[in-house]
Ligand binder design. Structure first.
Ligand SMILES: [Zn+2]
Length: 422
């Protein structure tokens, strides 16, 4: 019996909510599981209790592969759940709890695999660097970003990486099982906007209203229709989806096509253009006082290769009276899809699920892959998981009643074994 479900359940019981009291107990548990298997982990903290674990397993080739996963989870409100989100309950063939999907399930697959190898004396094809990180659910500043910059030597020789958000099954209307394998991510441009005007009495004609200027800028941003830009990853996805579905996707009506295709459409609906959504607003302190400044936050995302176009457009929409600064800025990484390693990812899926139709795709948001891309590691979203069609994978990401099928986890371990074992 594979221990992956047990490891997953145990990991979920460590409440690693971010923001919260840190990842330390979970990281220590992971370090113990590795030590148990004769692997020597390096454990470090970026701040009190913000703990990460990195380990290297020597393989037949020193060109290393990085497998990274995060130990933190987003908050969960127990009253909304059918089971307690930190119970790690195993019921109805699933492991339940916050992080089951994002991403303690995947972390468990890696741990189960290397522990199984230790028992069977299996070596990996190439050096494997395993990283179990803090803080992905915020900006990674206390996790991946810290590890990649302050402990760069641990990633020596790593040319590629695999991590979350890819390699899971999505049921197509035709019945085919599609496995999107991520080859890139949109970049992140979280911005704080500031409008400055003249403060005054609320009953008088305003001289220069910061609130009004900011609202005008925000409404221009919200109303802007970003042009469709097909990056190579998305173009390849649309092409292959046409193949899998038996009829081409109409490129002139991508929004309607995304709507029509449901969960398959969700693979490209947010990935065909840049976006900028106003999310926070702040101004004023009293109804009869015109404030001198007003601020807002905007969640901006841009496709690989479209950073400049994004920034130029934003500046035009802001106009001369509103300034911007970045709260967080991370470039859009992309990894080649015409690469032997990408083919190997697809082959490993098909070997375990002959009905699998692997396709490339680009993530709409971001992961720790950005931090590792910055030190030259090409990241692929590959956390192999076979899901039953009735499970809504996207809905469970940060959602309630997050759960992962035990069989799906075991499938993932077998796929990783095919990909990585010598
Ligand atoms: Zn995640």
């Amino acid at each position: 019996m594979n221990e992956v479900a047990q490891i997953c359940s145990d990991l979920i019981r460590f409440d690693t909510t971010n923001p919260g009291s840190g990842e330390r107990p979970a990281a220590e548990h992971v370090a113990e599981l590795l030590t148990d298997a004769g692997i020597e982990p390096v454990v470090f903290e970026s701040a009190e209790r913000r703990t990460s674990v990195v380990a290297r397993i020597p393989g037949d080739s020193p060109e290393a592969l990085l497998i990274h996963g995060h130990l933190d989870v987003v908050p969960a409100e127990p009253a909304d759940w059918r089971v307690h989100p930190f119970s790690g309950e195993v019921a109805d063939g699933c492991v339940w709890g916050r992080g089951a999907v994002d991403m303690k399930g995947t972390v468990s697959m890696t741990l189960a695999l290397v522990r199984d190898w230790a028992r069977r004396g299996v070596r990996p094809k190439r050096d494997l660097v395993l990283a179990f990180l803090a803080d992905e659910e915020a900006t990674g500043e206390y996790g991946a970003r810290y590890a990649a910059t302050r402990h760069r030597e641990l990633f020596e020789g790593c040319t590629e990486a695999i991590s979350e958000s890819g390699g899971y099954s999505v049921q197509a209307p035709s019945g085919a099982r599609i496995y999107p394998v991520a080859v890139g991510e949109r970049g992140t441009a979280w911005m704080r906007l500031t409008a400055t005007g003249v403060a005054g009495h609320g009953s008088k004609p305003p001289k220069d209203s910061a609130v009004a200027e900011l609202c005008h800028a925000l409404s221009r941003i919200a109303a802007h229709r970003w042009p469709v830009r097909l990056t190579p990853g998305v173009a390849a996805l649309l092409n292959e989806l046409g193949d899998v579905l038996g009829e081409p996707i109409d490129l002139d009506r991508l929004e309607e096509e995304a709507e029509r295709l449901g969960s398959v459409g969700a693979l490209f609906s947010a990935q065909i253009r840049n976006s900028a959504n106003p999310t926070m607003l702040e101004a004023g302190y009293k109804v009869n006082v015109i404030p001198g400044t007003a601020t807002a936050h905007v969640d901006g995302r841009f496709l690989p290769g479209y950073r400049e176009e994004f920034l130029e457009t934003i500046d035009r929409l802001l106009g001369p009276k509103v300034t911007r600064e970045f709260v967080s800025f991370e470039d859009a990484p992309s990894a080649p899809l015409d690469a032997p390693f990408f083919d190997r990812l697809c082959d490993a899926l098909v070997a375990e699920d002959p009905a699998a139709r692997p396709v490339p795709y680009v993530m709409s948001g971001g992961t720790d892959a950005k931090s590792f891309a910055d030190i030259g590691i090409r990241g692929y979203g590959f956390a192999p998981l076979m899901l039953s069609p009735e499970l809504d994978y996207y809905g469970m990401f940060h959602g309630v009643d997050e759960r992962v099928p035990v069989e799906g986890l075991e499938f993932g371990v077998r796929v990783l074994d095919r990909l990585l074992a010598a």
